[in-house]
Write a protein that binds this ligand. Structure first.
Ligand code: ATP
Ligand code: MG
Length: 413
């Protein structure tokens, strides 16, 4: 992509109404724009990151037999009354239609839609188990939204729901999603940085699990066991001070970001919607359910909170908007201009994603922008590099002068 054609530009000055590092950097670098508190537009660069994250998550969901669907955001009040959450869920956005006093909820989560949906297709044990997921914007009337993408009133979530004939089957699938979640967090660059955290399971289960990324700017507090590296959240530490995994007493407190949450719902929603099936002997039983969420936009914010320095963002390769950022410095020199174009075309022919800074801007400006935007490989062509390209990784200082051939070899890896 030509940077000269990009409709957004970077900003030097800090946005005045943002405290969170992720929002400050993402706004300055031109990935997102704030519409109002907790509500952001994803600009071309930001949407590329979000789509890459989405693809990784989708791939891993398909691998555990998830079937993708898309449920409505607009949900009838009656479904929410049935589960009691029309009243109890404080963050629910409620709205009135002008027709017949009809009221709706804006989906903050989709148990109230997916459970009655499943009822239309589940009759006998032969119809179970199955797993459906979607990637869709959610709405929650959060009280405090000062953490940028970490807490939005509108935000992107992947939510998976599983339906089983018995608890043993749910338990098996629950472990499978746990593994899939670790794969996802590894793939987006958070390998070894995501901590499995025991959380309250509500009235139906002892525990649920959160996937927490420790960082000083996290909103949550977790207690990581010094022995087995599993954590508990604040709800659990109040009930017990022993590690639920290994029984150890000592833990260290850390701030963290909850990027995912898995939950055994058991029969909580199936009983509300009378979702039953007939077992092998023809006996009616409640369907057992699980739900599994990942906040994609929050995950993007978390990645920025973890991977940045004073100059800007340092994207992990898998979710970077482009693999390479080609800077044509002294673009007005005809040879530089021609060679830059040639390299740009070669990169494209080799299907290497590249942002090409072909603007008539100063060298300083281009370098500062490249650091702010944070694409993994910076490639410089200038009056000094002749027919070579200076390559530098965003997270390293050392530069190397290489030929076009070598460049393709490195970037194709
Ligand atoms: P939190 O405790 O942070 O309010 P939650 O436990 O209510 O979140 P879930 O209902 O489990 O969240 O939602 C699944 C995932 O969606 C969370 O793990 C998180 O990654 C993301 N998420 C939840 N609320 C928000 C929000 N307001 N903005 C961005 N992402 C969110
Ligand atoms: Mg949670």
């Amino acid at each position: 992509m030509l940077q000269s054609k990009l409709f957004t530009t970077t900003r030097r000055e800090m946005p005045k109404d943002e405290e969170a590092v992720n929002a400050q950097l993402l706004i300055r670098a031109g990935f997102i724009d704030k519409l109002t508190a907790g509500v952001y537009t994803f600009l071309p660069l930001g949407l590329l990151v979000l789509r890459k994250t989405e693809n990784i998550i989708r791939e891993e969901m398909l691998k555990i037999d998830g079937q993708e669907i898309l449920m409505p955001t607009l949900q009838p009040k009656a479904n929410w009354v049935k589960t009691g959450r029309w009243k109890s869920l404080e963050a629910l956005f409620r709205l009135k239609s002008r027709h017949l006093e009809t009221e709706y909820a804006l989906g903050p989560t989709h148990e109230e839609v997916v459970s009655p949906l499943a009822k239309k297709f589940v009759f006998s044990y032969r119809d179970l188990p199955f797993y459906v997921f979607q990637i869709q914007n959610k709405f929650r009337d959060e009280i405090r939204v000062k953490s940028g993408l970490l807490r939005g009133r509108e935000f992107l979530m992947k939510d998976l729901y599983s339906f089983h004939g018995n608890e043993a089957d749910l338990d098996k699938y629950y472990e499978k999603t746990k593994n899939a979640y670790f794969k996802i967090f590894k793939r987006v660059g958070l390998d070894g940085l995501t901590v499995l955290t025991f959380a309250s399971g509500g009235t139906f289960s002892k525990y649920s699990h959160e996937f927490q990324v420790p960082t000083p700017n996290g909103e949550d507090e977790i207690y990581i066991c010094e022995k087995c590296q599993v954590a508990v959240n604040q709800e659990i530490i109040k009930q017990q001070n022993l590690c639920p995994q290994c029984g150890n007493k000592k833990s260290k407190k850390e701030k963290a970001i909850e990027v995912g949450n898995i939950f055994k719902l058991k029969t909580k929603f199936s009983s509300a919607f009378d979702l039953k099936y007939k077992d092998g002997g023809g006996k009616e039983k409640d369907v057992t359910m699980g739900c599994y969420g990942i906040g994609l936009s929050r995950l993007m914010g978390a990645v920025v909170e973890i991977f940045h320095d004073k100059k800007g963002i340092i994207w992990p390769e898998a979710v970077a908007p482009f693999k390479a950022h080609l800077l044509s410095v002294n673009h007005q020199i005809l040879d530089v201009n021609k060679f830059s174009h040639e390299v740009y075309n070669t990169l494209q022919k080799n299907r290497i994603e590249v942002l090409y800074d072909d603007r008539d801007a100063s060298a300083g400006e281009k370098f500062v922008d490249a650091d702010l935007i944070g694409i993994p490989y910076r490639l410089v062509i200038s009056g000094k590099t002749e027919k070579k390209i200076e390559i530098k990784k965003r997270n390293e200082d050392k530069t190397k002068l290489i030929s076009e051939k070598e460049l393709i070899k490195i970037l194709k890896r």
